[in-house]
Ligand binder design. Structure first.
Ligand code: 5GP
Ligand code: MG
Ligand code: MG
Length: 183
């Protein structure tokens, strides 16, 4: 599936591949400047952040460490509850490190706020957040997100790491699904 020929599963393109890449390069420059002379550890939250992590990391000009965490958030239906379980923990010790958590999307922010509390206990030198996408509700939570790619409307999106029933993660752009896919 590409942006020109969406097939029958996708409704519309919300953010194009070119827009994503341009934004990542712009934010990478900012990160390069903000962390100049410091060692940086990127933490990607599986599985959604795989694409953004890979492209952001390659847009940075200095070498960074990269590690991954997988968490599952218990919730009713499509809403997360903030009750989180670690499925895969980090391999790297965070103590004294400058840490940037890389997220695909922040919706309610409950998962991330739990994660930040957990990571803070490991005593990093600093802890900041990067997210490619942010939904309106997220603005209401008390999370300081240092880098935001795009603020998007309150719609369910797929692509560029984001799934619907584990599919569509490999789309190079972000779009919305057609009604019939949910049925
Ligand atoms: P939060 O705790 O911020 O409500 O949940 C964030 C998680 O919910 C994301 O990491 C993602 O897995 C999922 N999520 C929230 N909004 C969307 C969306 O529009 N599309 C997809 N595919 N997943 C979403
Ligand atoms: Mg995520
Ligand atoms: Mg998902």
């Amino acid at each position: 599936m590409n942006e020109g020929d969406l097939g029958s599963d996708l409704d519309r393109v919300l953010i194009t591949e070119a827009e994503i890449q341009a934004k990542l390069h712009e934010l990478a420059k900012q990160i390069d400047a903000d962390y100049a002379g410091q060692d940086l550890l990127l933490i990607g939250v599986l599985k959604g952040a795989v694409m953004v992590m890979a492209d952001l990391a390659r847009a940075l000009s200095s070498p960074v460490e990269m590690d991954w965490m997988a968490v599952s958030s218990y919730g009713s239906g499509t809403k997360s509850s903030g009750v989180v379980r670690i499925l895969k923990d980090l391999d790297i010790d965070l103590a004294g490190k400058h840490v940037l958590v890389v997220e695909d999307i922040i919706d309610s922010g409950l998962t991330l706020s739990w994660l930040l509390r957990n990571l803070k206990m490991r005593q990093p030198a600093s802890l900041e957040v990067f997210t490619l996408l942010r939904k309106p509700e997220a603005v209401q939570v008390e999370i300081n997100v240092r880098y935001v790619g795009f603020d998007i409307p309150n719609e369910f999106v797929v692509g560029y790491g984001l799934d619907y029933r584990q599919r569509y993660r490999n789309l190079p752009f972000v779009g919305t699904l057609a009604q019939h896919v949910y049925q």
